[in-house]
Write a protein that binds this ligand. Structure first.
Ligand SMILES: [Zn+2]
Length: 113
């Protein structure tokens, strides 16, 4: 048997399935299984090196020298990067750095400013 999620309202563990819905017998809350799946997908959280959650528009600081692929440029440790945009992939931060231009960073090499 697969475990059903607890009720998001009262946290009851007696949730049962009714068609495509989940139902809580304790507070009568009903919610769709699709919504639960969507929420799980949206939960892709990108964190900085300290474990802080990053969001679009954040300013971060680079915590180590990073070579810019295909050039001799280096993003120096301590460089402030404003207005980041989170994206998918191995490099999960899209940004523009003064003097370098648009590039992608890995969230593990930055910290929230
Ligand atoms: Zn409930």
């Amino acid at each position: 048997m697969s475990a059903l999620p607890n009720c998001p309202k009262c946290n009851s563990e007696y949730t049962y399935e009714d068609g495509m819905m989940y139902v809580c017998p304790e507070c009568a809350h009903e919610w769709s299984q699709d919504a639960a799946a969507d929420a799980a997908e949206d939960e892709r959280v990108i964190k900085d090196s300290n474990g802080n959650v990053l969001q679009d528009g954040d300013t971060v600081t680079v915590i180590k020298d990073l070579k810019v692929k295909g050039s001799s440029l280096v993003v120096k440790v301590g460089t402030k990067v404003k207005n980041i945009r989170l994206c998918d992939g191995d490099h999960d931060i899209d940004c523009k750095i003064d003097g370098i231009g648009a590039m992608k960073l890995k969230s593990e090499f930055v910290k929230k400013a």
